[in-house]
Design a protein around this ligand. Structure first.
Ligand SMILES: N[C@@H](CCC(=O)N[C@@H](CSO)C(=O)NCC(=O)O)C(=O)O
Length: 219
């Protein structure tokens, strides 16, 4: 309908991946503009002057900011396909609670920098696994966090899966071994094309971390 959709993104950013998945779920055609966070474009600085972060969705020139807010916006604007948020207000509030939990708890407070050693690293790993175990409890025996269907909470969480290889390599631990239910859920999500084509390649994520030295593990 002659509308222009642009996404300012970074390949390895789990927050950008959330938006890429949502746009793919809705079948929205958009232009992807890859940012170099060490040399941000004027467009990014102008469109997100407050945080200067990606993702930024530009819809007919208007910026929508913050990945979870962007996903909600996409769900509302392109409402006729693959609903992501529950239609029931209470269920929607629950879904938003868990997406908020993910934003607060999955990115560990102490970033799992490869430089972190000893008790700082162990503390970050423990906190990370604890958060995943709480999420496993919420998932229970459901195929997805939304129940039978892939939805908003799944979109919020699955991007972190592309960073597991980097976390495990740097943190020297095996997430799947400690959180088998989580690992099964992640593999289930990865079978969805909107996810598999939007998630960064774990090896590239690992190299990206090494390449940029950016502590974007948990920003
Ligand atoms: N709460 C926001 C986080 C975005 C973010 O941290 N983006 C990072 C890249 S991914 O880790 C970013 O743009 N960092 C640039 C910077 O910190 O300068 C959201 O959900 O969209």
């Amino acid at each position: 309908a002659g509308e222009e959709v642009i996404l300012l993104s970074v390949y390895a950013s789990m927050f950008s991946m959330r938006v890429r998945i949502a746009l793919a779920e809705k079948g929205v055609k958009y232009e992807l503009k890859e940012e170099d966070l060490t040399n941000k474009s004027l467009l990014l600085l102008e469109m997100n002057s407050v945080h200067k972060k990606v993702p930024v969705l530009l819809h007919n020139g208007k910026p929508i900011l913050e990945s979870l807010i962007i996903v909600q916006y996409i769900d509302e604007v392109w409402h006729d396909k693959n609903p992501l948020e529950p239609s029931d207000p209470y269920e929607r509030a629950q879904a938003r609670f868990w997406a908020d939990f993910i934003d607060k708890k999955v990115p560990c407070k102490i970033s799992l920098q490869w430089a972190a050693k000893g008790e700082e690293l162990e503390a970050a790993k423990k906190e990370f696994i604890e958060a995943l175990k709480v999420l496993e409890g919420e998932l229970g025996d459901k195929p997805y966090f939304g129940g039978e269907e892939f939805g908003y909470v799944d979109v919020a969480l699955i991007p972190f899966y592309s960073w597991f290889h980097a976390y495990e390599t740097c943190g020297n631990f095996k997430i799947g071994a400690q959180c088998p239910k989580f690992a099964a859920w992640a593999k289930r999500c990865m079978q969805r094309e909107s996810v598999s084509k939007s998630l960064a390649d774990p090896e590239k994520v690992y190299d990206f971390r090494a390449l940029t030295g950016l502590q974007i593990f948990f920003i």
